[in-house]
Design a protein around this ligand. Sequence first.
Ligand code: ATP
Ligand code: MG
Length: 265
Amino acid sequence: MKGRVLIVAGSDSGGGAGIQADIKTVTALNGYAATAITALTAQDTQGIHGVSEVAASFVVQQIDAVLDDIGADCLKTGMLHNAEIVDAVADVYEAKGGGMPLVLDPVMAAKSGDPLLDAEARQALRRRLLVHATVLTPNVPEAELLTGMTIATRDDMTDAAAMLLTLGPKNVLLKGGHMPGDTVVDVFAHTHGVKEFESPRIQTRHTHGTGCTLASAIATGIAQDMELEAAIMRARAYVFEAIKSAPGFGAGHGPLNHAHTIGDS
Ligand SMILES: Nc1ncnc2c1ncn2[C@@H]1O[C@H](COP(=O)(O)OP(=O)(O)OP(=O)(O)O)[C@@H](O)[C@H]1O
Ligand SMILES: [Mg+2]
């Protein structure tokens, strides 16, 4: 085992996204996962049926407990639920993070379309956390909300990724899962230029938690001292195989097979 990842995100009772997907991913890639839970969702493959809040002070208490004892090599944030939690996470990162790499997945909606972050929290995220991100991993709707741009083409994705870079993150990986077409293109923008990562689109409804999984896989690679591009390539390959071998559970957007690195039975 190598690489400690502290995940700050929400719980998905269905086990396909959120904290559950994060822990499975980090573990499957031979890292160590610790967590600070921001909210509990009663969720399945079809949607979110309820949310139970966690106090911002308790989110901080969880982060403090992990950092003070176990430590972390990379921080990964997912659903931060409300502005108070965004501010609290930014405060504790500034006080204790000490430049620790941060994979910021700006989760704003579930795959079902259910909203996960209100406008005030979105603003707080933009203002407080983007500047600290080693890599920001929005999907297309999130990039539209953060930039105010409409993204309809690959060129639009490149423009939006470049625009997001001006908001402070060191790197941006704009994910193309929501775009149409037989090829899925993720646009990677960094200070030296832009690069595209492509893969064939798997025709399936089993894509619940692809974003959480990708971000946690990238965070694991960073925690294991991989170069960022290598971490992204391994993460994309891990997600691809996890979609391809999805177990087929649930009537909606089904979960992935996070365990494909472990066995084939
Ligand atoms: N059908 C698919 N076939 C192959 N790769 C896919 C497919 N859908 C998504 N991906 C890949 O999965 C990763 C996550 O992208 P996506 O745009 O789905 O994120 P997301 O919308 O944040 O996911 P989530 O809804 O789980 O938060 C990207 O690397 C993307 O290229
Ligand atoms: Mg997502």
